[in-house]
Design a protein around this ligand. Structure first.
Ligand SMILES: Nc1ncnc2c1ncn2[C@@H]1O[C@H](COP(=O)(O)OP(=O)(O)OP(=O)(O)O)[C@@H](O)[C@H]1O
Length: 264
C-alpha cells in the first residue's frame, strides 16, 4: 500500500481535489465515512472501489456538496468548498463535473442541447432560457460531441440514443463545464462489457487530454485496475488501500470486500 499523497501524473496543480479528515454521519454518532483523507492533482483517473454500503456514493455526494459533511474539509482547485453556502456554493458546484449511472440527460432535448447544458451555470439566465448560447460554446459543444464519436447524432433527441451513447453525451456535458474535477458515480453499471470499456477509456482520455482529475466510483474491479492510475479501496467507511492498480493484491481485495470465495 502506498501513501495517500499519490498525485497522479502531475500536470495542472490548480485542478486538484484535497479531502481531509472527512466524516459523514447521517445518524449522529454512527459515521458512514470515517476520517477520509486523500489528494488528487492534475490528470489522474482514480477508481473508488468497495462493497455496497461502504460509503462510496456518500463520499462523492459530499464532494459536490449534495450533502453536508459532518466534519473535515474538501478543497477543489484551492477553494475550500466545505465553507461555502448559497450563491458561492452554487458557483463552486459548476466546477465539479458529474457523470451519472443513469445518465441524467434531458430526454426531450437534442444531444447538442444536452451538452450545452454543461454551460448553464456560466451564462446569463436569459440566454439559457432562450437557449441562446455564445458561438464559442456551440463550437466547443460540437467539438466535444465529435470527440465522443456522436457527430451524426448531434441533433437527435437524447431519448433516441442507446445507453452507451447517452453516457457519451453525459461525459461531453461534464467536460463542457470546463470542470476542475470530474466525478463519475457507477458510470458503467447500466452498460454492456464492451461499452463499459469504451466509456472508461473515454473518461481516461479526457482526464489526460484536459488535465482533469477524474474520480470514478465503480464496482467492476477489473475495469478499475485496467483504466485507473490509482485505486482507492474502501471498507466500512475507511480507506484501506490507496495506490496504483499494480499494487492491489488479492489480500487487499479480501480486506476490502471480505471473504475470498468470489476471487478466482
Ligand atoms: N440519505 C441517507 N440517510 C441515511 N443513511 C444513508 C443515506 N444515504 C446512504 N445512507 C447509508 O450510508 C451507508 C453508505 O451508503 P452509500 O450509498 O454511500 O454506499 P455505497 O458504497 O455507495 O453503496 P453502493 O455501492 O451500493 O452504491 C449505507 O449504510 C446507507 O444505508
Amino acid at each position: 500500500m502506498t501513501s495517500s499523497s499519490n498525485n497522479g501524473n502531475g500536470g495542472n496543480a490548480s485542478r486538484s481535489l484535497i479531502v481531509k479528515d472527512l466524516v459523514k454521519a447521517y445518524v449522529p454518532g454512527k459515521p458512514v465515512l470515517k476520517n477520509i483523507s486523500f489528494e488528487v492533482r492534475g490528470c489522474s483517473t482514480v477508481a473508488i472501489i468497495g462493497p455496497s454500503g461502504t460509503g462510496k456514493s456518500t463520499l462523492l455526494r459530499c464532494i459536490n456538496r449534495l450533502i453536508d459533511p459532518t466534519s473535515g474539509t474538501i478543497t477543489v482547485a484551492g477553494h475550500e468548498i466545505t465553507r461555502l453556502s448559497g450563491k458561492e456554493l452554487r458557483l463552486a458546484r459548476h466546477h465539479v463535473g458529474m457523470v451519472f449511472q443513469e445518465f441524467n440527460l434531458v430526454e426531450r432535448l437534442s444531444v447538442i442541447e444536452n451538452v450545452l447544458c454543461g454551460r448553464l451555470g456560466f451564462v446569463p439566465v436569459w440566454r439559457a432560457w432562450l437557449r441562446k448560447f455564445e458561438q464559442h460554446d456551440i463550437d466547443r459543444a460540437f467539438e466535444l460531441i465529435d470527440m465522443v464519436g456522436l457527430t451524426e447524432f448531434a441533433t437527435e433527441r437524447a431519448d433516441a440514443l442507446s445507453g452507451g451513447q447517452r453516457q457519451r453525451v453525459g461525459i461531453a456535458r461534464a467536460v463542457m463545464q470546463n470542470p476542475d474535477v470530474i466525478m463519475a458515480d457507477e458510470p458503467t453499471s447500466s452498460l454492456d462489457p464492451k461499452t463499459s470499456v469504451e466509456i472508461m477509456g473515454l473518461l481516461n482520455d479526457f482526464s489526460k487530454a484536459h488535465d482533469i482529475p477524474v474520480l470514478i466510483n465503480i464496482h467492476d474491479v477489473n475495469l478499475a485496475k485496467r483504466f485507473a492510475d490509482r485505486v482507492i479501496g474502501m471498507s466500512l467507511g475507511s480507506i484501506v488501500f490507496d495506490g496504483p492498480p499494480s499494487e492491489l493484491t488479492d489480500d487487499h481485495l479480501k480486506q476490502i470486500y471480505g471473504g475470498e470465495d468470489w476471487l478466482s
